[in-house]
Ligand binder design. Sequence first.
Ligand code: GLN
Length: 255
Amino acid sequence: MSDSSLRVVVVYPDLLGTYGDGGNGLVLARRAVWRGIDAELIEAPSDEPLPTADLYCLGGGEDGPQVLTAERLRADGTLARATGQGATVLAVCAGYQIVGRAFPAADGRAVEGVGLLDVTTVRADRPRAVGELLVEVTPWDGGASSSPIGLLTGFENHASTTEVGTGAVALGTTVHGVGNGDGTEGARAGKVVGTYCHGPVLARNPALADVLLQWATGETLAPLDDGREDALHHERIDAVRRSNGRGRHLWRGRH
Ligand code: GLN
């Protein structure tokens, strides 16, 4: 943190506000404040310079606004600069594609991303991926957390597949749903995490919120009473099990 306060910025909610992913910023700020850490939550509009921050959240969006977001972020330069200086980034769906190397516009042409993650997205040769997404997150210590996140729950709604390059690693294995399209889901490198999980994903998965907060604050976080959050997490996992009868296979990968 630059001073004693944690600054969380939700990037361009006027362009990337379609899926309610701005709730991720709220979850992060609240979980910091509940622990006695001062936090500031800023919704940064696309027609103003992007503020510097400790933690950035990018959400999902439609194809046109997604292209506009990538162009404005590249022209602005703050997100790439702040990430290079150690800022933490959570990027969801369109946001995930934007922080990668390239993604398709509505007409299929490749649009240059911000390049924070070594991932490349192309239009998928299959129906749009819509539905619940379950991901078995590959354990990592993140330099701050020794506990694996375990199962990530979200919902997906996208028309593309994403290839993870050698400069990043997949966030996990897709247990239910499509994710990146090759049996993996999401990607991470350094303090940048991308995922196809809407939800908001941090409301459904407080363990991921705390990993991001630990990265951004550099502090060991006190545990919270997560009874209600955990109930939501398990309810969503159970909903998938009830809907497709694959409950016995929930913990198996799909490679
Ligand atoms: N426009 C992108 C796609 O369809 C992202 C959609 C989203 O953010 N949900 O792949």
